[in-house]
Structures are given as C-alpha cells and as structure tokens.
Design a protein around this ligand. Structure first.
Ligand code: NDP
Length: 444
C-alpha cells in the first residue's frame, strides 16, 4: 500500500466520527500524492504525514455563563493548535451551534496550508464553541466571551497562538474577548486579530477576506484572458466575507445578483445593494426578508438556491458543504466559468471534481480566502511595531499577497503536471513549505 493510502486508512480509523476532518484530510493527501511519491522514503522515515494530520494539541473546556433570566448556561469551548512549524498558531474562533471537535479540526488542518500559502510566518490553529450568538443580548454575548477567555487565555499569546474571528465571531465578540484577556493577563499585546481600530486593529482587516477573494478571482480571469468587468456573479452568504466580496466585485465592474443566509436567499437582478445589506446584517442583525422588503427589485426565496441562477462566476461565502453535486451541474449547465471559494470547504469533493472535469476554473478556499488571515498577520506586524498603516498600504499588500498566491499555486500545479488544477496547486505549495520547516526542525 502506498504511504498516502496507509496514512489515509489510519486517519479514517482514528477519526471515524469526524467526517468534515476526514474530508479535508482526504482532499489534501490525494492532491499531494505526487510530492509524497517523489519523497516517499524520507517522508515515511520522518512520519511526515502522520505528524501533519495529528494536531500538536487540542483543548476542550466548559464555558459556563449566566443568561438575562439569571439562568446558568453551559457551552463547550475548543482550541486546536494544529501545526506551528512556520510560525505561531493562527486561526479564527467559530461560534455556531454546529461546532464540535471535528469541525474545529477540519478548519485547523486547512488553516495550516492556507497560512503557509500567504508567505507569512504563521502556523495553523482554530477554535470556537457551540454557543450561538444569534438572538442573544450584548450582555449575554459578553458573559459568554468573558467565560470563554477565562479558560482560553492560558493557551494563547502574541507569540504562541493568535485567534481571530470566524462565523459568529465579529467585532463585538473580539472586543469582549480582548478586554477579558487584558484584564486577566495585564498584557496589551497582539493576541487577537480583527480588533477594533481604536485598540490595535488594522485598517482593511474587515474587508480583507472578501476583497482578497476578488483580487484572486480577477487575477485568475486575467491569466485566462478574461476580466471581471461585466461579469455576473452569484454569491452565497450575507456575512463578513460575502458583503465585502460583493462590494469589491462591484468596484471591479461585475454585478452580484444573489446572497443568502441560513434561512433563505435573495435574487436581485439589478445587483445587490451593499449598503442595504450591511444595514440589515451588520446593524440590525436581521433576516434577508428585511432586505427584500426594502428593495423593490429583489426576490426573497426560502431555503437554498443561489447556484441555480445563471452566472459567469460563483463565489460561495457562507459555510462548509453548501455547494453540492447538483449545484455544480446547474452551474456548468448555465455556463459558469469560475468558482472561487470565499468560505472554507463550501464545495463537496464530488462537486469540485465535476466542476474541474467540466472546465470550470476552481480555486479552493485555502488559497482564495487567505486574504483574511494574511491581513491578520499584517495586523500582528503592526501591533509588534506599535504602528498603524494606512488603508491603502494594507490593501496594496493584500492585493500583492493574493496575486502571489495565485501564481504560486498555478506554478506548483504546473510543476507536477496538473496545470489548471488549483486544488492540487494550493495543497502542494502550502504543504512544501510546512514540510521543509518540519524536516529542518527534527522529529517533534
Ligand atoms: P459570518 O458569520 O459573518 O457570515 C456567515 C454567513 O453564512 C451568514 O450569512 C450565515 O447566515 C451563513 N451561514 C452560516 N452557517 C450557515 C449554514 N449552516 N447554512 C447556510 N448559511 C449559513 O461568517 P464569515 O463571513 O466570517 O465566514 C463565512 C465563511 O468564510 C466561513 O466558512 C468562514 O470559515 C470563512 N472564512 C472567513 C474569514 C473571515 O475573515 N471572516 C476568513 C477566511 C474564511 P446567518 O446570517 O443566517 O447566520
């Protein structure tokens, strides 16, 4: 049995109850097969694949807090420190009822390769809780965040592990978490990113993931002789990534005609009104029905359906496994030319393969959404030097990073005879750097 197959079997047996983690490991190991085969003896001897698929450590803890009725509530908190071969652990905190260890491990594993692709010195980690901030008062969110940080602070630090936002963790949550960290440790340091601008946050961090996704998409199209201007895009999600992806797509002359949340979706043939979407989602924290109510050109539909709309470019920006095989078929049938993932692993493995086999340019999240963590790393740099860069400076660096990532993954795919396969290119390029560092640092 080949080394890849051996390790895949082993990972499946050890993590049988974590399908999302297995899906992520399978995707990565399958696509780095040629690299492993070229170095099989060394990697086997050094147990590279066993080490890279086993987190350095993982923490699971009780988070007790009191709700507005005086009732004590209990959630579970997680932090998985996956791999720090190239820098301190870095990765967001997801607050969503679906969170369990398997989700955090899948995200942490992906983060290792994504962070490597940014070209910046950051390792991979991820955390979160099954706490649902939806429908909670600010005081309840603060109580949860303070309790969560009272345990988490023991494991993190500006040079150790630097968490950030993710689904359910936005500016409000990061603020409460940072306040509690500072209160306990007395340290004013860059231990979290996505901070507010008055206390160490970076300009352009809020926009970074969505903007970065579009810089990558633009470069992809450019290298295939096309342009974003005039393209019709379908977008899923209506959160941080989706909002700023839509904004940048419009700045580049494209038109985004859909967005969605966990209950329904909008079709707006005149193009999504970003200011209205921000008002509904960022200010009112309301459902998309409110968007439709305020916008005569918009239709609201219950359930899922954005991928059925005719488009040139599809940008999944909500959550994992939201673009399925039938969606991929609909996109191909409607003439879609590119799918670039803003979310983490939104496309299932069979849907990805279908898109690739049918000539759709497909860029996986670990490359296409890396602008968020890259800008977080820029926030860390600014915190370390106690300076703040201008929006334009950060945005220009972000654009450079995304363009570099595109060429890096394109080159890696070509080196292994997989031209145009950006999944393979991203996994190979991300993996090569981490493995180099692991080999240099010995067995640990
Ligand atoms: P937000 O919480 O801001 O928004 C998430 C959006 O997706 C919301 O519209 C939400 O709907 C929808 N959504 C969440 N879960 C589901 C579900 N199970 N089914 C359908 N819709 C769902 O998160 P972000 O925009 O920050 O993150 C989106 C994705 O991008 C995630 O995969 C995240 O890991 C990834 N990502 C985020 C980065 C960042 O910088 N924020 C960086 C890199 C990746 P509702 O409003 O109803 O909850």
């Amino acid at each position: 049995m080949s080394y890849v197959d051996e390790v895949l079997e082993r990972v499946k047996t050890k993590n049988a109850a974590e399908p999302e983690f297995l899906q992520a490991v399978e995707e990565v190991l399958e696509s780095i097969r040629p690299v492993v085969e070229a170095n099989e003896e060394l990697y086997r001897k050094e147990a590279i694949l066993e080490r890279i698929t086993e987190p350095d450590r993982q923490f699971k803890f009780r988070v007790a807090w009191v709700d507005d009725n005086g009732q004590a509530q209990v959630n579970t908190g997680y932090r998985v420190q996956f791999n720090n071969a190239i820098g301190p652990y870095k990765g967001g905190l997801r607050l969503h009822p679906s969170v369990y260890l398997g989700i955090i491990k899948f995200l942490g594993f992906e983060q290792v390769f994504k962070n490597s692709l940014t070209g910046l010195p950051i390792g991979g980690g991820k955390g979160g809780s099954d706490f649902d901030p939806k429908g909670k008062s600010d005081r309840e969110v603060m109580a949860f965040c303070q309790s969560f940080m009272t345990e988490l602070y023991k494991y993190i630090g500006a040079d150790v592990d630097v968490p950030a936002g993710d689904i359910g963790t936005g500016a409000r949550e990061i603020g409460y978490l940072y306040g509690q960290y500072k209160r306990i440790t007395r340290l004013y340091e860059g231990v979290l990113t996505g901070k507010g601008l008055t206390y160490g946050g970076s300009l352009a961090r809020t926009e970074a993931t969505g903007y970065g996704l579009l810089y990558m998409t633009e470069e992809l199209l450019k290298s295939h002789g096309q342009d974003m201007a005039g393209k019709t895009c379908v977008v899923s999600g209506a959160g941080n990534v989706a909002i700023y992806a839509i904004q940048k797509a419009h700045q580049l002359g494209a038109k985004c005609v859909t967005c969605s949340d966990s209950t329904g979706w909008i079709y707006d043939p005149e193009g999504i009104d970003v200011d209205l979407l921000k008002e509904v989602k960022e200010v009112k924290r309301a459902r998309l029905t409110e968007y439709a109510a305020a916008r005569p050109s918009a239709e609201y539909h219950e359930g899922r359906g954005v991928w059925s709309v005719k488009c040139d470019v599809a940008l999944p920006c909500a959550t994992q496994n939201e673009l399925l095989i039938d969606d991929a078929k609909a996109l191909v049938a409607n003439g879609c030319i590119a799918v670039c993932e803003g979310a983490n692993m939104p496309t299932t493995l069979d849907a990805t393969q279908y898109l690739q086999e049918n000539g759709v340019y497909f860029v996986p999240g670990k490359a296409a959404n890396a602008g968020g963590v890259a800008t977080s790393a820029l926030e860390m740099s600014q915190n370390s030097e106690r300076l703040s860069w201008t929006f334009e400076e950060v945005d220009a660096k972000l654009k450079d990073i995304m363009v570099n990532i595109y060429h890096n993954i394109d080159d890696a795919a070509k080196r292994y005879g997989k031209e145009g396969n950006y999944v393979a290119g991203a996994n190979i390029a991300g993996f090569e750097k981490v493995v180099d560092a692991m080999l240099a640092q010995g067995v640990c």
